[in-house]
Ligand binder design. Structure first.
Ligand code: DAT
Length: 187
């Protein structure tokens, strides 16, 4: 996050008793469902960033072509800063490069096969343009590349999210990871 380096330098990394986890990926890969299940399993708090943006109007209006909000990144980061400081959050959003690197202890990128993702997007009622845009995003592994460029390599994990079994396994992995994080980081 080169553009944020001055900002990063000014704000210390506050120690936290619980980790912050980012769950990211192309729309339809299962971020919200996985985050809800992981929050239930770990006791961490799920922040659905899309819902927060809508609820607090952290946007500059609707992009009618894609039927999605144009994010006001500065407003969003300001709104979330205090929430993230004590730790214990599972943040769910389809892009990851906008967040300060210091917020997260683990970044999970969910991945879904084309043949599975397409019908999930269709059943959401997305228009053809939005479906194609998202399919291309997943095929080109845009979010994974973004995560690898924005965060330390060792905290970025790619997980398959094609089936309920994989989702349950992913939640178990998150829970196990959190337990070991606590052993390593909390006195
Ligand atoms: P996202 O938050 O990434 O947009 P979601 O959690 O809303 O995705 O999931 C979209 C739909 O796909 C929803 O109906 C649940 C289903 N789904 C997601 N991940 C799945 C998985 N691993 N196995 C089966 N269904 C899944």
């Amino acid at each position: 996050m080169d553009s944020d380096s001055d900002y990063e330098a000014e704000i210390p990394h506050f120690p936290r008793d619980l980790p912050n986890i980012l769950i990211t990926g192309t729309p339809g890969t299962g971020k919200t469902t996985t985050s809800e299940m992981a929050a239930e399993a770990t006791g961490l708090t799920h922040i659905n960033v899309g819902d927060l943006v809508k609820a607090k109007s952290l946007h500059e209006g609707l992009d009618t072509e894609y039927d999605s909000y144009i994010l006001d990144e500065d407003k969003l980061i300001d709104e979330m800063e205090e929430m993230m400081r004590p730790g214990g959050k599972i943040v769910d959003f389809h892009t990851c490069e906008i967040f300060p690197e210091r917020w997260f202890d683990l970044v999970i990128v969910l991945r879904t096969d084309n043949g599975v993702l397409y019908p999930r997007l269709e059943s959401r009622g997305y228009n053809a343009k939005k479906i194609n845009e998202n399919m291309e995003c997943e095929i080109m592994q845009v979010v994974l590349e973004e995560a690898r460029e924005s965060y330390e390599e060792q905290i970025v994990i790619e997980l398959e999210s094609n089936s309920i079994e994989q989702m349950e396994e992913n939640v178990s992995r998150i829970k196990a990871w959190m337990e070991s994080w606590k052993i390593k980081n909390v006195a």
